[in-house]
Design a protein around this ligand. Structure first.
Ligand code: SAM
Length: 288
């Protein structure tokens, strides 16, 4: 939850963990209560613009590349031939921009429940929305949980769940039934990628449960990838990949090393290193 911590600062306070992350703000630029959530935009002294949803930091101009690149490129270089991609959530459009950098991708559907997130991003983060008019992009507004239920079996290669924390409309995105629907839409060789919170705070809870739910839903392989993300609680975040039949711990290393586009963080060495699992996570996740 964000709450005023001191005059002129925006603070995301994690009461249950006794910690906070604060940014010095120079102006509050906007505040909209949509049908689903409170969206606020600030200008900050050192991180550019900041989007906050229901009190949680979502995106800043300065550090969003870490999260968007790790979600998109780790997934797309793990799949052998990603052509049909679905993004659930992702309304700021930063993940969409990264996915569209891949020349193999033929079609991307982005399904965010809240159109206001995209409208605010277009206004305050235009650089994240620069590929929104790519003819391969289909930006739609609906509940991703229902959308995936109605999806044809085997019709997708990659699903990226770029969602808010498991509260409000995102609760059902962290659930066995949802994973079963995703794996069905993907078919046996498809890849599911989901943001999975902080390794330090959530390994024994959300991340552990996610692996159990994925396995129960039919995933033969699942793996959590940590990466730095300064504005999220602990400054250390993760995403989790799963597939029925793909080994999600191997990737197209040569293609990744020769990627035909520019990134700021992701490269083949970062991808390989991010697959390493810290000791406490190995133990908590029963990896021996
Ligand atoms: N990077 C952020 C983070 O990890 O804190 C998340 C990005 S934000 C764009 C996540 C998006 O998920 C929001 O725009 C929200 O509207 C969307 N969302 C939440 N629940 C959803 C649902 N059930 N279906 C589709 N989108 C959903």
């Amino acid at each position: 939850m964000t709450q005023p911590f001191a005059e002129g600062w925006s603070s995301e306070v994690m009461h249950e963990h006794g910690s906070t992350f604060s940014l010095k703000v120079t102006a509050k630029l906007d505040s909209v209560q949509s049908k689903y959530q409170l969206i606020e935009i600030y200008d900050t002294e050192t991180y550019g613009k900041l989007m906050v949803i229901d009190g949680s930091n979502m995106v800043t101009t300065r550090d969003n590349f870490l999260y968007h690149e790790m979600l998109a490129h780790t997934a797309l270089f793990t799949h052998p031939d990603p052509r049909r991609v679905l993004i659930i959530g992702g309304g700021d459009c930063g993940t969409l921009r990264e996915v569209l950098k891949h020349p193999t991708v033929e079609k991307v559907w982005q399904i965010d429940i809240d159109e206001m997130v995209t409208r605010m991003s277009e206004k305050y983060f235009p650089e994240l929305c620069e590929s929104n008019h790519d003819p391969r992009a289909n930006i739609m507004f609906a509940d991703g949980i229902q959308w995936i239920k109605d999806c044809e079996a085997g019709s997708l290669d990659v699903i990226i769940v770029d969602c808010t924390d498991p509260v409000g409309p995102a609760v059902g995105l962290f659930a066995e039934d949802f994973y079963r629907d995703c794996l069905r839409a993907l078919g046996s060789k498809g890849l599911l990628m989901q943001q999975s919170e902080s390794p330090l705070y959530h390994t024994n809870t959300i991340i552990k449960q996610m692996h159990i739910d994925l396995s129960n839903a039919g995933a033969g392989s699942s793996h959590t990838v940590p990466f730095p993300q300064p504005i999220y609680p602990t400054g250390w975040w993760s995403c989790t990949m799963a597939s029925q039949d793909l080994d999600v711990t191997s990737f197209r290393i040569e293609d990744s090393a020769e990627k035909p586009f520019r990134t700021e963080y992701y490269n083949a060495e970062i991808h390989a290193a991010a697959l390493a699992v810290p000791e406490f996570m190995r133990r908590a996740l029963g990896m021996g």
